[in-house]
Design a protein around this ligand. Sequence first.
Ligand code: ZN
Length: 310
Amino acid sequence: MEKNIKHLDKIIWQLDLKVNNDREFIAPYLIKANDDYIIVDVGPTCGIPELERQLKLLDVNENNLKYVFLTHIHLDHSGGLGTLLKNFPNTQVLVHRRGIPHLIDPDKVLWQSSVDTLGWVAKMYEKPEPVKEECLVALNDKTFEIKVNDLEFSWIETPGHASHHFSFMLENKKVMFCGDAVGMFIPALDIMVPTTPHPYRMESGIESINHMIERNPDKLAFAHHAIRSNANELMHQHISQLESWKDCVAKSLSNSIEEEEAISLEISKIDKDSEKLFIQKDDFGGLRRALVSSITGFKFIVLKDNDPKS
Ligand SMILES: [Zn+2]
C-alpha cells in the first residue's frame, strides 16, 4: 500500500496529505459503507491534489463518494471543499448550520479571519473556493442520526474548539470521530495535547467532552491525527490537561510571564506530553505552531476571568 495511506480498519483509512511536508498533521479519514464512501473533513485547498490522487488509488470516484462529514469549517478541515466538489458534484456535505454561509461565500468572513489569525499559514493552506449551496446539508439540532447503507452514525454538537463543532460516533464500531474537540493525538510522539486557539470556549469544551464520555465510545478518531482506544480514559485525561494548562497560564501571567514561548517552558514543567512537542525544532512544525496558539487561547480565557468588567 502507498505510504501516505494507512488502512486502520477493514472500513477506515487515513489519508495523510503531507501539507507543507509536515508529517502527521492533516489526514482525513475515509470510511467505506458497502459500495459507498464517506470522507471526514477534506483538509485545506493545497492538499486537494494529493487527496484526489489517493482517492483515485482507492477507487473512490464521483459515483461512490456519497458524503463529506465536516466536524467544523476551519481551513485545515474544510478549506479544500469547494475545490474537491468540482470533481465530485454528487457528494453531499453534512455540516453545522452556522458553517453554511461561510462555505458558500468564503471570501466574506472565513478567508479574512483566517488570514488575520493564522497569517502565512492561511496562505499556505490557500484560499477556499465557494461551495454550491445544493451540496450542503445543514445540521440544525444538537443531535442527529444518519444511516449510510449498513453504517449508523450519531452526531452530537460539541462546541468549544469552534462554536459550530460536531463530533459523531460510528455506532457499528463505537468509534467517536471527535474532530478537534479532544485536542490532538500525535502517534509519532505518543502524546495528546490541547488544541485551544483563541477564541476557545473552555466551559462548553469540557461539557462537550462529557457528552462524548456519556456515549461511551471504545475509540477516539482525532482529526489530528490518529485513532486510539481507551476513549473515555483519554477524554478524562484531556479534561485534567485543560484544567492544568489554565492554572499554569494563570500563574505565568500573574508572574509577568506573558510571551507564548516563555509560557511554553512553564507548561513543559507540568505537562510532559506538551513538553515533547514544544522541544521539537524541525519536524512537526505545523503541530508545534498549533500548540503555541493553544497557549494564546488560554491567555484570553485567563485575562477575561481576571477582567472585572466581564
Ligand atoms: Zn484542526
